[in-house]
Design a protein around this ligand. Structure first.
Ligand code: 5GP
Length: 127
């Protein structure tokens, strides 16, 4: 696997504090913040602090501690937003876009947490 991480991407700049963000949660290895152009009433981005480009890159090269921290952070954001179905919350969708087919705009691995309105089906049918 050959990923070249671009440390000038917008999320790298957020992590370095060069660009402000609306932080929802920060942990040792993870940052969660509100999307600047929310697609839904709740739209939170969760990113690892490490230099990973995609989900599969993170899965292959992050440490167990980073992966556990990230996964727990996603769950904690859902708890904070009150959207966990197990608590009677409305539910949510997590999405991670990767590469060209996934239409990934920012080349730093991130999960979108979307909730706050009905989200419809997962993807559009092919035309
Ligand atoms: P992608 O298409 O890469 O999965 O999604 C990138 C997301 O990052 C988009 O939803 C976009 O609105 C968000 N985004 C881009 N630039 C910024 C920024 O400077 N701050 C924040 N909070 N979100 C951003």
């Amino acid at each position: 696997m050959a990923y070249a991480y671009d440390d000038q991407n917008i999320f790298a700049r957020i992590l370095r504090g060069e660009i402000p963000n609306s932080t929802v949660l920060e942990t040792e290895h993870t940052l969660a913040f509100n999307d600047i152009a929310p697609q839904t009433p709740h739209h939170v981005l969760v990113i690892p602090k490490g230099p990973y480009v995609t989900y599969d890159h993170f899965a292959a090269e992050a440490s167990d501690a980073e992966i556990a921290d990230f996964t727990r952070a996603v769950g904690e954001v859902c708890r904070m937003l009150g959207i966990r179905p197990g608590d009677g919350g409305e539910g949510y969708r997590v999405i991670s876009n990767a590469g060209e087919t996934g239409v990934q705009e920012v080349p730093h691995y991130h999960l979108h947490i979307l909730s706050g309105r009905p989200l419809g089906r997962m993807v559009k049918k092919a035309d």
